[in-house]
Ligand binder design. Structure first.
Ligand code: MG
Length: 373
């Protein structure tokens, strides 16, 4: 075990906060949690899987620090992200008789973080939130930046708020119990961060992916730090998602279309992101923005770690249809006034947003990406 800790600051002035990354943080983070929860009540919002696997590890610290703490469970996975579950959670919080000084601790994957974050934003118009994400995806991405949302019959994440946490604790030890497929999905977002960051970071991932995916703590902490640093930097420059924050959506215009076409839940988000990164770099090369060798290099890395390296590599019971995917993109919430916005690359480390990509170029790229064999 390494006692090494890394801290990434999300620089949002008086709402700024630290992301603390390390091993066995659940047992050892008393010093960083104390300023937020000491002498106060806390409610841990979690699901039954995380509660049973990891809550005992966090309990000792909360016992020592908190005046009183309780646990509320929500359904595991996306089922938690509904009006019904949000309402049930708020009623449970009211039943517990907590007040505005109580701290909500979101302890779980992205869905728990979403519904707990939303509840923290709503309860008495906003109470303190601590994020303790338990998947690689949520550690590097969804727990950082303050966005939360639920799903409705109209689509995913269409109803939500911004509510920044007071601290994010990324304990990489909890990833030991994460299914391999979930770990790889989270790594899809890490690859995206490497592509946004630059040549040195992407080359580092190419070199270190095998050891970090084998949960070697040193490289894993470094990869989580890179992911959080990327997101933190972009969030700090554009908290409300009006400009630069779009850059974290590299690969996501394609990914969201793939997830919608597959039916929600069929693909893991990071799997769709991986295929989306391959498509976005192929589109960048096709439009002449970047060297085709960049697209091949991205594909090669995805293949090396066994992430989908093209749309056709994603599980599906029927062939992927480029036109259907383009139609989903036109309905994406990031599409403004009918213009589909793509994040493209001029090279590794040089992403930019382009709202002028011809639909035919997208179809041509998708034809290649969707073709089997
Ligand atoms: Mg994402």
């Amino acid at each position: 075990m390494t006692n090494e800790r890394r801290t990434v600051r999300v620089d949002l002035g008086e709402r700024g906060y630290d992301i603390v990354i390390g091993e066995r943080l659940l047992e050892t983070a008393e010093d960083v949690l104390a300023p937020i929860v000491a002498g106060r009540r806390a409610v841990v919002v979690t699901d039954a899987v995380i509660r049973d696997a990891h809550l005992p590890r966090l309990a000792a610290v909360l016992d020592r620090l908190c005046d009183r703490w309780d646990t509320v469970t929500v359904p595991a996975g996306e089922d938690a992200k509904s009006f019904r579950e949000l309402e049930a959670l708020l009623h449970r919080l009211l039943d517990l008789g907590i007040d505005r000084s109580t701290v909500l601790v979101a302890f779980g994957g992205g869905a728990v973080g979403d519904v707990a974050g939303f509840a923290a934003a709503l309860f008495m118009r906003g109470i303190d939130l601590v994020q303790i994400p338990t998947t690689l995806m949520s550690q590097v991405d969804s727990a950082v930046g303050g966005k939360n949302a639920i799903n409705t019959p109209h689509g995913k994440n269409l109803v939500g708020t911004f509510h920044q946490p007071r601290i994010v604790l990324d304990d990489v030890s909890v990833l030991e119990s994460l299914p391999r497929r979930e770990l790889l999905s989270g790594y899809g977002e890490v690859v995206k961060c490497g592509l946004i960051r630059g040549e040195a970071e992407f080359a580092w991932l190419e070199e270190n992916a095998p050891s970090l995916l084998a949960l070697d703590a040193g490289p894993l902490i470094e990869a989580v730090r890179m992911g959080c640093g990327t997101k933190a930097g972009i969030v700090a420059s554009d908290e409300r998602d009006r400009g630069d924050r779009a850059l974290v959506n590299l690969g996501h215009t394609f990914a969201h279309a793939l997830e919608a076409e597959a039916g929600y839940g069929a693909l893991l988000h990071g799997e769709a992101v991986a295929a989306g990164l391959a498509a976005a770099t192929a589109l960048s090369a096709r439009l002449g923005h970047c060297d085709p060798r960049v697209a091949e290099r991205v594909r090669g890395h995805l293949r090396a770690v066994r992430l989908p390296d093209r749309v056709a590599a994603l599980a599906s019971d029927r062939p992927w249809d480029p036109r259907a995917l383009l139609t989903h993109m036109a309905h994406d919430k990031k599409t403004v006034a009918g213009r589909i916005h793509f994040v493209l690359l001029r090279g590794i480390g040089s992403p930019f947003v382009d709202g002028t990509v011809p639909g035919q170029a997208v179809l041509d790229v998708l034809d290649g990406e969707c073709r089997r064999g």
